[in-house]
Design a binder for this molecule. Structure first.
Ligand code: SF4
Length: 123
């Protein structure tokens, strides 16, 4: 069976045609470098996605703070992780890199803050 992928590992965005059989990648065409085959294999065997979103924060100079996961999440668990993130409420101040959900859902990825937010008192 043939299936087409677009590699997102670099700005070239190669369109890769892969020959698949029983969940295995038999061969790829169209990739400009070997990472393309690794990307396709990951997508076939264990597709993962990163998450970047925002969380409400009280007492801060802005009402929302941006957060992200430190490691890509299995595609099938994205909804569960988003649900966990959506339950978080923060209090200013917060700092870049601050972990708000360590090892979220046991997936070996932390949810961290990606923006400094001072409190309205300037702390
Ligand atoms: S196959 Fe290589 S060159 Fe093409 S998008 Fe992926 S990483 Fe970039």
């Amino acid at each position: 069976m043939k299936r087409t992928f677009t590699c997102v590992l670099c700005p070239n965005g190669c369109d890769i045609e892969a020959e698949l059989e029983n969940g295995q990648v038999l061969g790829v065409e169209g990739n400009l470098c070997p990472k393309g085959k690794e990307y396709v294999t990951q997508e076939v065997v264990d597709p993962r996605r990163t998450i970047a979103t925002s969380v409400p924060i009280e007492g801060g100079e802005i009402p929302l703070v941006s957060v992200r996961v430190t490691q890509p999440i299995p595609k099938g668990r994205i909804f569960d992780v988003m649900k966990a993130i959506n339950q978080v409420r923060l209090q200013a101040p917060v700092h870049i890199g601050q972990v708000i959900l360590p090892n979220v859902l046991g997936l070996e990825s932390d949810v961290i803050i990606t923006k400094e937010v001072k409190s309205v008192q300037g702390q």
